[in-house]
Ligand binder design. Structure first.
Ligand code: GMT
Length: 375
């Protein structure tokens, strides 16, 4: 099949999922065309069955806001026509689904039929999507999509709750990881560099946006550290980084035990050094970062809202608490970290739970959907 994938190329779960999906599809013999404004950050040396088409937006003095969506639409028309695509798969509703719809209509007027699938990822529905200024466009483009998928049951329910799309079937196809990418020997030297005295390593990976509640992360870590030697390692960057740097420096005085490593392209290596993963988000439609941690045999402490409880099994591969209940999160973290038998059990359960989301299990669900939509 010849498939066009539209996604955000920047650091973020939806871009990661779209890129890994495209790479895996190409490995299975499909021809994949990424259409976006920047090279997806995980798309390095790609196979000859993958092409990348850059959507170049030029400045024009008349525009205070350059209409990216229109340039994307024109690019979609061009790529579908000249690369003879069978299907467009757009990740994140805004503005990709409406651009795909418009491209579809333009191509229809030229006698070309191109179906498009929209995959909803989370904030396109739960945060951004609820903004009334986007609502009519999202509702319309969900209804017009040839198929719609959501990354969790919770996101599917939210979509029905917030948008007038009750007659549209939404299929749940969960996010995935490639388990074999997490199979390598532990780098003892790197672990020692982060925790020279064998302290427990608590880790977090995100884009540090307010929805991640990283201030809770600091509060939980502070309580953990009072009871057991520990280090906090933070991967990523974003708007709330300064806030928590200040919290560590001037409120909790824990700077010596907190390391900010910044953005990383892939996280398998660094996650393998962790003993516990913390994700205290307000809500996550799925929590791909938690799944990646579990694939690296790292138990997860997270919240019980959104789709994370579908990924992290409470009392098995980690624990889920009410949003903001830092005392409960700290108690659960210590339960895992301070009892060696428990720790080993949770580590092995985390890996077992992650195996349910291995790419080998999830990829056929997408391929099956593609076949149904293209015919
Ligand atoms: O919110 C983010 O961190 C970015 C956003 C995205 O654009 O990738 O993440 C959403 O999609 C991911 C991939 O499906 C999910 O794993 C995240 O849970 C989801 N984020 C939220 O719902 C807050």
């Amino acid at each position: 099949m010849r498939i066009g994938i539209v996604c955000y190329p920047t650091y973020g779960g939806s871009g990661v999922v779209a890129t890994e999906l495209g790479i895996a599809l190409a490995e299975r013999g499909h021809h994949v065309h990424f259409i976006t404004y920047g090279q997806p950050f995980r798309l390095d040396d790609h196979s000859t069955r993958i092409s990348y088409h850059e959507v170049r937006v030029s400045d024009y003095p008349l525009f205070d806001y350059t209409p990216y969506e229109l340039v994307l639409t024109s690019k979609l028309v061009d790529v579908v026509k000249y690369e003879k695509l069978d299907l467009l798969h757009v990740h994140y509703a805004i503005p990709h689904a409406s651009a795909a719809y418009m491209a579809q209509q333009i191509l229809k007027s030229e006698g070309i039929n191109i179906p498009f699938i929209t995959t909803l990822h989370g904030t396109d529905i739960t945060l951004v999507g609820k903004d009334p200024s986007f609502e009519p466009v999202i509702t319309f483009s969900i209804n017009q999509s040839n198929a719609v998928t959501a990354v969790s049951k919770s996101l599917k329910e939210d979509t029905y709750k917030y948008f007038k799309v009750k007659d549209k079937a939404i299929e749940v196809i969960p996010n995935f990881i490639d388990l074999k990418k997490f199979d390598f020997p532990l780098d003892h030297e790197a672990k020692l560099a982060l925790a020279p005295n064998g302290e427990k390593i608590v880790m977090h990976v995100s884009n540090f946006r307010p929805v991640k509640r990283i201030e809770d992360l600091v509060k939980v870590f502070y309580q953990i550290r009072l009871k057991t030697p520990a280090k906090l390692v933070l991967i990523g960057d974003g708007p709330d980084r300064n806030k928590i740097e200040q919290m560590c420096r001037t409120q909790y005085f824990i700077c010596d035990d907190v390391k900010f490593l910044g953005k990383m392209k892939s996280t398998e290596k660094i996650l393998s050094l962790a003993d516990l993963f913390l994700l205290p988000s307000e809500t996550e439609s799925f929590g791909l970062a938690a799944l990646e941690a579990m694939a690296a045999s790292v138990p997860v402490i997270t919240t019980n809202t959104g789709g994370t409880p579908e990924v992290v099994e409470h009392g098995y591969s980690g624990f889920t608490s009410n949003v903001g209940d830092v005392d409960d999160m700290a108690k659960n973290a210590l339960n895992i970290l301070t009892d060696e038998n428990n720790f080993k059990l949770f580590k092995s359960n985390a890996r077992k739970k992650a195996a349910e989301f291995d790419i080998q299990k999830i990829m056929p669900l997408y391929e099956d959907l593609y076949k149904r939509v293209v015919i």
